[in-house]
Every structure is written in C-alpha cells, then in structure tokens.
Design a protein around this ligand. Structure first.
Ligand code: SF4
Ligand code: SF4
Length: 385
C-alpha cells in the first residue's frame, strides 16, 4: 500500500471532522520551508533565486513547531531549499513526530547518509527523495553528474536502517512517457515505499523556462504513461502516492479547481499568500493568511500565473476532499480505472484571467529591509554550511 492505512485513516478522520465542524478553509499539509539555501541548483527550481542574506535565513525549531500548532495540520512536508542543511533539522522533525503529526522530509539526498543519525524510524516519518527520472535525466535536471547514484545509494542505506523512503519526481516537457514508465518500474525494483509524480509548476524565476508543461500536454503525457503502465501490468505496482482522483485529473478526466489553502506555506518570509507555488506576499500568522487572502482571485481561469498549474499541492487537497465528501466517486474509479483514451473533461476557460503581477523584486526588497531592521526581522540568520 502506497500510503499506510493508519495514515489514510487519520487523514480521512481529520477531513471528516473539519466537514462536521462546517470548516470551509482548512489545511491538509503544512509546507514548511525552514530555509531556501540548497546544495544543488536544479534548472526547474523556483525556490533558490535569492541574495545570500536571504539564503542564510533559517526558521528556528520554535518557529517550525509553532507553525505546526498554529495550523493544526495532520501532516507536514518539509521542502526547501535542502532541509538537511538546517543544523536543527533533527529537532524539528522530532518535535513534529512527538505531536503525532506525519512528516515528509523532502531531500535531494546528498546529505542523507551523513545525517541519518539525527532521525529515528517512525510510522510518522518518511524521507521523500528527489528523483526526476533515470540517471541521465535526473543528473541533467539537477545540473550535476553523479547525483542520481548518490541519491539511490542513500535510499538503500535509509531503507536498510528501517526508514520509510519514497521518491518524488517533477515532470517537465520533453520527458518521454516511455522513459517515465521505465523510471517508475525502476523505483518499484528499488523498493521505495511510493512515488510522487507531478507536473512542474512554471516558476517565473526558474533558470529553464522552456520545459514547463501546459495543461493539454500534461494530460496527454500522463495518459500515455498510465496507458503504458496498464499495458505492462505495472500501473498498480508503481505505488503512486497520490489519490486516484488526482491521477484521474492528471489524465484529463476531471475538471477540478484548486484548493490553495489546502497546503499553506510557512517559510523564512512568513506565511505565504496564496499557496506553496505562488508567492504574492507574506503575513505574520496562519490566522491572518486564512482571513486576509482573497482566495477567489487565484486559480486556473482567474489569474494568469495559475493558467497551467496542475500541481499536486493545489489539486491533491481538492481530490482528498472529494474522496471523503463523495466516496462513490472513488468506488467508481476503482471499478473503471483511469481512462487513457477518448474525450477529455472540459478545460477551464482562461480568457478572463487577470494579468500576472511581478512581485519578486518587491518581496526581495521587503525581506532585505527586514534583515537590516532587527525590530522587523522574523527569523534568525546562519552562515551556509
Ligand atoms: S534540490 Fe530542490 S530546492 Fe534544491 S535546487 Fe533542486 S529543486 Fe531546488
Ligand atoms: S492554480 Fe491554485 S495551486 Fe496552482 S499556483 Fe494557482 S493558486 Fe496555487
């Protein structure tokens, strides 16, 4: 089973409780970015293009655990930057696990073997290792030879020590479906506990702007991958960690709108509006994020920067909510399987999207001003490791 039964049950019960309480805007997964510094420079990354004083910023253990408590989430994902560069990452993870909150630490795995002693295996902890494809493809995506081999070695060591380890792949244009299917076969042979696979969001600050998928291409590519998986009999063995409804959406069979508040983001900048992918401003508290974000002004068909988004952090909460609200939709999909040919579901009309606003320079200037004013600064600084 890709997501352990106990975790599925806990998260299902959490959603049910929120629905019974009548909560409309509730979070599923806290995206906790304790730093932006990374030891790689992937061509599709939109998280690391900041001046050094910002890359040196760190959330403290207290900042991180306060964010977990404030949001009340059942699950935390720790992306970055590279979280293993944070000197207190062991304490942050231990604090989250002690709260019986599930935590997925996303890492490029270059430091995983060296830092494994900081963690204890637990049903609440998984390492989610960044692997964008097979060796040549991955090393090209992360812009460095040898990274794939080191990540695979680290996965084996962590598995041997009893940790739950999954792989996470971001898919870009030009990645052939046949190769993606071979990569998923490889992950199965490697024995990872699941694979997360989703199209890359078109970050405006990423070095490579040529290879982001649009929605039509995303659906065609995922249909092809799933068709290959069905044909080879491997689809079920691939252990994809997503909700079947989200996978059906990727294959073009659902017209969903995103749930941007489903995965709220706390970074060294504060709480990010509106979602993990899109940084349009920051506030000091989770409450302020929920109460002051104009949620209706974001999403595909509403804002140009959302036009091609089909990323899991926006749409997986939509799928999870639907699965609890309408279990029959899951049952139906379990019987029919994901459709890989024929008409696709209707696409959202983009003609009324409001134009994109460039906020990057303003955000950087605001954060640099905070760094130079201790009264305003929200977080501490540490030199790079
Ligand atoms: S490993 Fe992750 S955070 Fe680091 S550069 Fe690559 S995509 Fe960005
Ligand atoms: S479509 Fe939704 S999840 Fe995607 S970038 Fe826009 S607001 Fe965020």
């Amino acid at each position: 089973m890709t997501v352990p039964f106990r975790q599925q049950l806990d998260i299902g019960l959490y959603i049910l409780k929120q629905k019974l309480k009548g909560n409309k805007h509730y979070p599923l997964v806290l995206m906790l970015e304790p730093l932006f510094r990374c030891n790689l420079a992937c061509v599709g990354c939109g998280k690391i293009d900041y001046p050094d004083p910002i890359l040196n910023k760190r959330l403290s253990v207290k900042d991180c655990l306060d964010a977990v408590d404030e949001s009340g989430v059942p699950m935390v994902a720790i992306p970055g930057g590279e979280p293993l560069l944070h000197k207190e990452i062991g304490e942050i993870v231990a604090g989250i696990v002690a709260r019986k909150v599930y935590v997925s630490l996303c890492t490029n795995a270059l430091l995983l073997e060296k830092k494994l002693h900081l963690f204890k295996p637990s049903p609440y902890l998984q390492f989610s290792v960044h692997l964008d494809g097979l060796e040549d493809h991955h090393d090209h995506a992360v812009n460095q030879k040898g990274v794939f081999k080191r990540a695979v070695e680290a996965i084996k060591v962590a598995k041997d020590q009893g940790f739950r380890v999954t792989a996470n792949a971001t898919i870009f244009d030009g990645h052939p479906a046949e190769e993606i299917a071979k990569f998923l076969d490889y992950c199965h042979e490697l024995g990872v506990d699941g694979v997360s696979i989703a199209p890359g969001y078109a970050y405006e600050r990423a070095a490579d702007q040529q290879h982001f998928l649009n929605r039509r291409k995303t659906k065609e590519l995922f249909r092809r991958v799933f068709a290959i998986g069905k044909q080879s009999g491997m689809l079920k063995k691939w252990s994809l960690t997503h909700s079947p409804l989200y996978l059906d959406f990727l294959a073009g069979n659902q017209t969903y709108t995103c749930t941007p508040w489903g995965m709220p983001t706390r970074s060294v900048f504060g709480w990010q509006k509106p979602c993990y992918l899109l940084g349009e401003g920051h506030v000091d508290s989770y409450k302020e994020l929920m109460e002051t974000t104009d949620w209706d002004s974001y999403g595909t068909g509403k804002y140009e920067k959302c036009a091609n988004c089909m990323a899991h952090c926006g749409y997986e909460p939509t799928a999870a909510n639907l699965a609890v609200a309408n279990p029959l939709s899951m049952l139906k999909l379990a019987i029919t399987g994901i459709k890989t040919e024929g008409e696709m579901a209707q696409e959202i009309d983009l003609t009324n999207s409001r134009p994109a606003i460039d906020v990057h320079e303003q955000i950087v200037a605001e954060q640099m001003a905070r760094i130079h004013d201790p009264k305003l600064d929200r977080v501490k600084s540490e030199p790079a490791e």
